[in-house]
Design a protein around this ligand. Structure first.
Ligand code: GDP
Length: 618
């Protein structure tokens, strides 16, 4: 040990102890990130017999070694892969001044046979000029109508499961949901599923109470059933508009459109007309003459002829764009549904599309995707939701909700489960039942769980075959229970696991710094005498200077003479090197402690919010 060479600075320099970098990185970049002069890093490398110039790349291992040697806790951020980049591009937000109003995109959902298709067709035929009416008999995935000089886009998804699937893939384009409920039938199981999908997508709902032309409808009964599912009609003081319609006679269609436009006004849907277009493919097929043809809705930006497009595993240069009336157009602004040709293959429904500058790049990504298991590529963005994963996510401070979908054999069971799980009250964690229903676990449940990061609880019921397969594919956990007590216990355990453990400091001993030594490879060593207690290698240390705690650091090495030791007792002298702190001074007091983690129980009242600081190495 040599004597320390004190730099003649009056103020102690607060050296960085933590840094994050992204690979690749040059020595210069690393030096900047670590806050250590590049020549110091070079010197360290040279001592290892390595010559690296300032502009040369350093690999991960070297970067970590250099950081450690210089007392910096280094995190290497995973490089964003291309899928993540695209994902970011898809969700990119622009400053207000670049945005302009765009038409709302509406999806019509409802229980089978409640009249979705009839209503959607009625809206369309009522809003096209007479001359065109002949051309609209053929079914299309989406269209735009003009009403009172405003436009509304309707997207026809083949049901709420498909809607959930798009959302699970992050490909939701819907701004407003019209929930069709037949007035003669009322709220049915699929209506409830639709409500859950809409609510979890955080999309406003407008109810179309349909088939109002039928003789024996009971409006109050329908409103009541809706209210039971927390759809409180505005006429009852709630915030959901209920519009009376008939797909058969066209009654209420204008009213519905007006309500949609009012809702749109309220939410101010906006788009950036100047950015490169992004959107979603709704449906695609191979056309005899035109090759692959895709129905797409532009979510944002303007799509133009000649644009290079990537869509799922397909790519190509847009050759032609058609609107919903089959007319050729040159460009498609936000919210417009269009049919395009020019792709090399047929993309899947729900695939996102992107305009990219470089067609070769699009080809590469498309090839790569086709290479992979398609579904994996598409669902890779979301986090699979198993209890373990959720616990992991919670440890990183991401989730406080334990989201559940509860399916059970009877309404009574549901009621019992709900009342039990709602009893768990705690300011830091809670159960959030995002959907519940009587019956087996179906595909809609899986998509809902996938999109909402929820676990499915199946009480006395099983999953339908296709749903089970889908759950595997989407990484959704289905937990089956026969006994309510076990279910509740598991949920309690999960919630308790979600509580970050209580951390208690146990004092170990105190040491006074008598002298400091600087060792070039490892940093500053404090020569100390243990005043009381024992100081262990596994301890953390509060560094106290002039009665003030500077910070906490783990002990990096503990020595007696030249030997590493596990513990040093009262009255003895030792050398202590701290991990991440080289600015120890004579006269500093090192107060050693150990951290004990105590699992918390839901029954404990939390003392007060703790600091999130986690010592390294834990
Ligand atoms: P979807 O399954 O929700 O798309 O329902 P459809 O639009 O296919 O309609 C189911 C059935 O209900 C069809 O036989 C329609 O003719 C009938 N229907 C739909 N809307 C109305 C309506 O407003 N009034 C009456 N009376 N029948 C309707």
């Amino acid at each position: 040990m040599r004597r320390s060479r004190r730099r003649g600075k009056s103020q102690p320099v607060q050296l960085k102890t933590e840094a994050t970098i992204e690979m690749p990185i040059t020595l210069r970049g690393l030096s900047e990130a670590l806050g250590r002069p590049a020549r110091d890093l070079m010197r360290t490398l040279m001592q290892d017999g390595e010559m690296v110039t300032i502009n040369e790349m350093v690999d991960e291992e070297t970067a970590l070694m250099l950081a450690m040697e210089h007392g910096v806790d280094l995190t290497i951020k995973e490089q964003k892969d291309v899928e993540e980049e695209l994902e970011e591009l898809f969700n990119k937000e622009y400053p207000e001044e670049e945005l302009r109003e765009r038409p709302p995109i509406v999806t019509v959902l409802g229980h089978v046979d409640h009249g979705k298709t009839t209503l959607v067709d009625k809206i369309r035929s009522a809003n096209v000029a007479a001359g065109e009416a002949g051309g609209i008999t053929q079914h299309i995935s989406s269209y735009q109508v003009d009403y009172n000089d405003k436009k509304v886009t309707f997207v026809d998804t083949p049901g709420h499961a498909a809607f959930g699937e798009m959302r699970a893939r992050g490909a939701n384009v819907t701004d407003i949901i019209v929930l069709v409920v037949a007035a003669d039938d009322g709220v049915m199981p699929q209506t409830v599923e639709c409500i859950s999908h809409a609510r979890n997508a955080d999309v406003p709902i407008i109810v179309a109470m349909n088939k109002m032309d039928l003789p024996d409808v009971n409006e109050q009964k329908v409103l009541q059933e809706l209210a039971q599912h927390e759809i409180i009609p505005s006429e009852w003081g709630g915030d959901i508009e209920v519009v009376r319609t008939s797909g058969e006679t066209g009654e209420g269609v204008d009213d519905l459109l007006e309500t949609i436009l009012l809702t749109a006004d309220l939410h101010e849907y906006k788009g950036n007309y100047d950015r490169d277009a992004i959107g979603v493919c709704l449906e695609a097929f191979r056309d005899e003459g035109r090759g692959p043809v895709a129905w797409m809705v532009v979510k944002d930006g303007t799509l133009r002829i000649g644009d290079n497009v990537l869509c799922g595993g397909a790519f190509g240069r847009i050759r032609a764009i058609y609107n919903d009336k089959g007319e050729e157009i040159q460009e498609a602004p936000p919210s417009l549904p269009v049919k395009v040709s020019g792709l090399d293959s047929v993309p899947g429904a729900g695939d996102k599309f992107f305009v990219v500058e470089d067609i070769e790049r699009a080809r590469e990504i498309a090839d790569e995707r086709q290479h992979h298991d398609r579904t994996k590529v598409l669902s890779r963005i979301k986090v699979p939701a198993g209890l373990e994963d959720i616990l992991g996510a919670i440890r990183e401070g991401k989730v406080q909700d334990l989201s559940l979908i509860v399916k059970a054999d009877t309404p009574g069971s549901l009621e019992a489960i709900r009342s039990e799980v709602m009893k768990f009250e705690h300011p830091e964690v809670r159960v959030n039942v995002i959907h519940e229903g009587v019956g087996g676990v179906n595909e809609s449940d899986i998509y809902l769980a996938a999109a909402g990061n929820a676990i499915i609880i199946a009480f006395h019921v099983i999953a339908e075959d296709r749903a089970a397969a889908l759950a595997d594919q989407e990484g959704v956990e289905i937990r089956r229970y026969q006994i309510i007590y076990e279910l509740i216990q598991d949920i309690k355990d999960a919630l308790e696991g979600m509580l970050s453990p209580e951390r208690v400091e146990i004092a170990a001993g105190r040491a006074l710094v008598l002298k400091t030594f600087s060792v070039s490879r490892s940093g500053t060593i404090a020569g100390c005498r243990v005043l009381n207690g024992n100081i262990g290698r596994d301890c953390h240390v509060h560094v106290i200077r002039d009665q003030t705690i500077i910070n906490d650091y783990p002990i990096a090495s503990l020595r007696r003479e030249k030997d590493d030791v596990k513990e040093v007792r009262e009255g003895m002298e030792c050398g202590i090197r701290l991990d991440g702190f080289n600015d120890v001074k004579e006269g500093d007091l090192l107060e050693a402690f150990r951290i004990e983690e105590k699992k918390r129980s839901l029954d404990d009242v939390p003392a007060k919010s703790e600091s999130d600081e986690t010592p390294d190495e834990e």
